[in-house]
Each structure stands twice: as C-alpha cells, then as structure tokens.
Design a protein around this ligand. Structure first.
Ligand SMILES: [Mn+2]
Length: 347
C-alpha cells in the first residue's frame, strides 16, 4: 500500500493542484507537533497554488503543539470540527485510522481525500497520497514535497515542520535519511532551530512530580546485566513503567524490563533498543514478552521496541524466563550489578 519515495513526494503538489473546491487539511485528534507541522506545510502549498484551504483539528491539539503555535506567535490556525461540513476535498495528515479523525470521520470519508503519513499501518489510505513508513515524520514528507517544487516555507511554517521532525524522531534518535534532508531544507528556509529545542525540551520540566520520583527510584534500584554486547537493566516499579524504562534505554540499556507486583499477578513491561533488534532479530520486546507469557502461563505481546506481559509468577521466575530467552539466542547473562530490584519486588 505504501507509495513512498521521491517520485511519490514529487506528486504531492500535483495532488493539491487537482483538488476542487474548498480544500480542508485534517490532523488526528489531540494533534502533535508533527501533525501540525505537516498540516501547515500542506496549507502553504495549497495557498501557493491559489486554493481555498482550511485547517481542521477534530479534537484539539496536544500540549507541545499548543506551545509551539504560541511560541510562533500564531493564533490557533485550526478551525473547529463543525466547519468540516463545508469541505469539498481533504488532505489527511499524520493520521493512521478513521478513529483518529474523531467527530469529523464521516465528513472526511464521504469525500475525496488524500493521505500523507508515515505510520507502518494506515487503514485510511485508498491509493491517493504518500504513506511512507521509511520516513521519520509526516512533516519531513511535506518538507521534501515543498523542496521538489522549489517552495520555501515561511519562517513559522518551517519552524513548525522542523519541530514536527524533531518531535517524531525523538530528537533524531529515530531519524531516517529523509529526516535530515528535510531538516536541512527547513533550516535553509529560515526555521528557528533554537526555538524548536527550547519548546520541545521545556515539556521535560513539566513531567509530573510523581513521575520524576518513579523514574529516579526505578533507575536507582535497577540491576544491570550483560548478555553478549547487550546491556540489560531490570527494575521493580509500580507506576509510570513506560517512562522509567524509556529513561533506562536513554541511559544506555539495550533491554529494559520493569517488574510490577500486583495482588495475584506480576506485570512485566519491556522496552528495547535498535541494537537489541539487530543482535536478537525479530521483535525483541514482543518476543521477550511472549516468551515470558509462554514460559510462565499468562499473556504477552507488543511491538519490537515496546511490549508487556502479565503472569501469575514470582519476579525471580520472570527473570529466569528472560534469561532462558537470551540463552535460546546463544547469550549467557552475566551480572554487572545486582541492584536492589529483587528486594524491592520480593514482598
Ligand atoms: Mn507523525
């Protein structure tokens, strides 16, 4: 279904040109900076072609996106969902499914529409547009489309699109070659890099107090192990598992495991790095979660980088199951530092 690549990107302006009547550009609900950046880019392409264009946000913008627009001195350029009725054609950006369109879903799907997205699975795509999982963001797809037609975005748009790329690639950690190419084009067009960094890092200080405590506790309790070249961190946590494990991955772990005791069961959360994927093959987080579930009786599954399992077993048995998964890959676990997670998880 994908129609990625340079030739497809070159067609985006053509697709805008072909639209008839009022062109509306939709983002997903609770739109993030990538959705906003990509939408503003399409809006500018449409304006440059003399189209009557409108931006529609079905259910508002998320915090980082609001702060971005505020810092750019833009009044919220999005029209309310009620305006969707007057739209004759649509561009849907950064949105993978009809449910993400919320209340405007029927208005959009009843019309001609074009999809611009980078999610691996997009159930809206009907052959018109670009769905390129090899792109790190939707904003970069649109930026490269602008470059193709020699259209330099205005400074606020360029800045918003750069924010979209940096946000979705987690500060270029998940960047693809096109992310850097597009970022270079946006910077050359006047994007304000320092403003983007200050907006996107500001959010970090607004992490709730309890989440910060959970992260610090999780890190301080962690046991550190080595299997081949992979570093594994295991910790015992009761809340904010994802946040704690992402912090451990950021600190250098290739596999981070959070074990959480519940009354009669043990919840296991797994995150893993790109390197773990290269070394172990398959989808490591999901494979570990499934292995734990199969070994100990329970359920488990997820994605390559993030997964979870729930079992009726002791934390030490969970660790045993992880070690047996690694053994099945020919890796023996060695202890670098036991940490305190076993004690913390033992009552
Ligand atoms: Mn995105």
């Amino acid at each position: 279904m994908s129609s990625g690549g340079d030739t497809a990107v070159a067609k985006i302006a053509e697709l805008v040109k072909e639209t008839k009547g009022t062109l509306c550009i939709a983002v997903h609900r609770n739109a993030d900076p990538d959705a906003v950046g990509a939408a503003l880019g399409i809006y500018e392409i449409a304006q440059s072609l003399g189209k009557d264009a409108r931006l529609i946000a079905p259910e508002g913008l998320e915090k980082a996106a609001k702060e971005l627009l505020k810092a750019l001195g833009e009044e919220n350029p999005f029209s309310p969902p009620e305006d969707a009725e007057s739209c004759e054609t649509w561009f849907i950006v950064d949105t993978a499914s009809a449910s993400q369109l919320g209340s405007i879903s029927d208005a959009v799907l009843g019309r001609e529409y074009v999809v611009i997205d980078h999610h691996a699975r997009n159930s809206l795509y009907r052959g018109k547009g670009v769905v390129d999982p090899d792109a790190g963001s939707s904003s970069e797809i649109v930026a490269l489309a602008m470059e193709t037609i020699g259209l330099k975005p205005l400074k606020p748009t360029a800045t918003a699109m750069l924010a979209g790329i940096i946000y979705d690639t987690r500060f270029f950690r998940l960047a693809k070659p096109t992310s850097f190419r597009a970022a270079a084009y946006l910077l050359e067009s006047g994007a304000d890099y320092r403003l983007v960094l200050s907006i996107l890092t500001r959010g970090r200080n607004s992490v709730p107090y309890s989440e910060k405590v959970a992260r610090l506790k999780g890190v301080s309790r962690a046991g550190i192990y080595r299997a081949g070249d992979l570093l594994i961190a295991v910790t015992c946590i009761g809340a904010y598992e994802g946040s704690v494990l992402n912090a451990l991955i950021d600190l250098g772990a290739d596999i981070a495991v959070g074990i959480s005791r519940r009354k009669d069961r043990t919840r296991v959360t797994v995150r893993s790095s790109k390197k773990a994927e290269e070394v172990l093959g398959g989808a490591p987080s999901a494979d570990i979660a499934s292995h734990i579930a199969a070994a100990l009786g329970g359920s488990g599954g997820g994605h390559a980088g993030a997964a979870g399992a729930e079992v009726r077993a002791e934390p030490l048995e969970v660790w045993g199951a992880i070690a047996s998964y690694l053994a099945s890959k020919g890796l023996r676990v060695r202890v670098l530092e036991e940490g305190r997670w076993k004690e913390e998880c033992s009552d």
